[in-house]
Design a protein around this ligand. Structure first.
Ligand code: AMP
Ligand code: ZN
Length: 135
């Protein structure tokens, strides 16, 4: 299923031109137009899913396989020193385009990018309580 108002549906299905680096039946992989680093790519399913919460398990499994393929290609062709896989779900988590996508971000020593978080300092008891909540 596609969403006629969704820009990533249009890109994934070739209705809007993109800089495609990989494609198969399920996904198109395109360069991000606001890249964190050289080669930053987005894995876009051709069907519309808002985010991880409604992504079918099979699509999720195939997406990580595609991420691995793209990461290896970045290492081989761009000579990157590492790769971040980033995937945001809902506004609170930084999602801005509401069509599931996985960022594959090549990293280069001293590229100066910051992709991360400020680590908290919970007590052991606090961690135990959270683990209980999540079991
Ligand atoms: P997120 O914040 O995880 O929803 O990421 C959305 C990403 O989509 C951002 O990194 C944008 O730079 C990227 N983006 C938005 N519009 C386009 C577009 N038309 N083509 C390629 N990338 C896009
Ligand atoms: Zn869509």
């Amino acid at each position: 299923m596609k969403d006629s108002n969704c820009i990533f549906c249009k890109i994934a299905n070739g209705e809007i031109p993109s800089r495609t680096i990989e494609e198969n039946d399920m996904f198109r992989v395109v360069l991000d137009v606001g890249p964190a680093t050289k080669g930053h790519a987005l894995i876009l399913p051709k069907d519309h899913y808002r985010n991880l919460f409604d992504l079918p398990e099979e699509t999720a499994a195939e997406a990580i396989k595609m991420a691995k393929k793209v990461a290896l290609k970045m290492k081989d062709k761009l000579g990157c020193d590492g790769v971040n896989i980033v995937q945001n779900n809902e506004e609170a988590a930084g999602q801005t385009v509401f069509h599931f996508h996985m960022h594959v971000i090549p990293r280069y020593k001293e590229d100066g990018q910051v992709i991360g978080w400020r680590p908290g300092q919970p007590t052991g008891e606090e961690l135990d309580a959270i683990a209980e909540e999540l079991k």
